[in-house]
Design a protein around this ligand. Structure first.
Ligand code: PLP
Length: 360
């Protein structure tokens, strides 16, 4: 069967070579005579897979030993709760930047556990940009500052990381991790749901500076206690074993492409193709402030919801699928994560031009 170009925001397209390798190994992995899905998570053969995935992650992101890398069930949303439980003392305060729906959700969840201070928000402007703030807006005693590096629904990204002085920067990088080079030393914690740029759904990758661990509140569920998880290879309970294996195959692909820096170059080209098309179009209009445009999620509209829906339908008939905008905002969204080849973006741009010629 032919594969389509899948512009879904997540779960999203994965590299075909990773899927093919998984297919080839599905029923019998190596010489084990069994599927990865059938292995005990504590078996020697599975531990090798786990350690290979962690090593690949550390290698492509150049993560030093001063950071733990955890693979935890519950996705990024689980971490919205884990972050305050691990980092925010009961009488402390945490700063949050409200730059999108997930950023908002992270702050709302944290409020259940303590004092949350939203230092900047673009909610009133429908999140078309990253709100402005400076280090002076931070609470001097904040346990951390939480940001969302790429706003999946609204198509914006931080083009520059905030300076936070000695306050740890905690970043939800669910939709742009592995798509651009980050110096992990700038972060106290970086975390990401897997289903955009890492692998299949079912877990979050949590990269934590080790000195920030070990202060979890007594009420913290042990599966969300980073220190406990770090002690035992994320195996306080059975981890998402197959998702970790698949992430390893996807990371092999990242390395084969030349690593994150090489993918970043392609991602810049892919995004430029689409934004150039939007900027020169008489029909389509980008919705994000150009100063904060995401390279992963390109959001646009025709100005007429019926026309948007017609475009999405016509595109699908051409094998360009899942272009419908998020249910909260409508319009059109092309998610172009690492696994979307530039050919797919070129085909979309060509189709947009054809469609425009017919309808303007
Ligand atoms: C998708 C997404 C989430 C939610 O991830 P889950 O794994 O579904 O919990 C959180 N934050 C951002 C930025 C996302 O893109």
């Amino acid at each position: 069967m032919d594969r389509v170009y899948n512009f879904a925001a997540g779960p999203a397209a994965m590299p075909l070579p990773a899927l093919e390798k998984a297919r080839d190994e599905l029923c019998a992995y190596g010489k084990t005579g069994m599927s990865v899905m059938e292995m005990s998570h504590r078996s020697k053969m599975y531990l090798e897979i786990y350690q290979k995935t962690e090593a690949a992650f550390r290698s492509v992101m150049q993560i030093p030993d001063t950071y733990a890398v955890l693979f935890l069930a519950g996705g990024a949303t689980g971490q919205f709760a884990a972050i305050p439980m691990n980092l925010l003392p009961e009488d402390g305060v945490a700063d949050y930047v409200d730059s999108g729906n997930f950023a908002h959700g992270a702050a709302v969840e944290a409020k259940k556990y303590g004092n949350v201070h939203v230092i900047a928000s673009s909610r009133e402007e429908n999140y078309v940009r990253i709100p402005a703030f400076t280090v002076a807006d931070l609470d001097a005693n904040a346990a951390y500052l939480h940001i969302t590096t790429n706003n999946t629904i609204f198509g914006t990204r931080y083009t520059k990381l905030p300076e936070t002085g000695s306050i740890p920067l905690v970043a939800d990088a669910s939709s742009n991790i592995l798509s651009e080079v980050y110096d992990i030393n700038r972060f106290g914690v970086m975390y990401a749901g897997a289903q955009k740029n890492i692998g299949p759904a079912g877990m979050a990758v949590v990269i934590v500076r080790k000195d920030l661990m070990g202060h979890a509140r007594a009420i913290t569920p042990k599966i969300y206690d980073w220190a406990k998880q770090a002690e035992g290879d994320s195996m306080v309970n059975t981890p998402p074993t197959y998702t970790i294996y698949m992430a390893g195959l996807c990371l092999d692909w990242v390395a084969e492409q030349g690593g994150v820096a090489a993918l970043e170059k392609v991602n810049i080209e892919k995004a430029a193709l689409l934004y150039d098309c939007l900027d020169n179009s008489k029909l389509f209009k980008g919705t994000a402030d150009p100063a904060f445009r995401s390279r992963m999620n390109v959001t646009f509209v025709t100005g007429n919801p019926d026309q948007d829906a017609d475009f999405v339908k016509e595109a699908a008939a051409q094998g360009l699928v899942n272009l419908k905008g998020h249910r909260l905002v409508g319009g059109i969204r092309a998610s172009i994560y690492n696994a979307m080849p530039i050919e797919g973006v070129q085909k979309l741009v060509n189709f947009m031009k054809e469609y425009e010629a017919k309808h303007v």
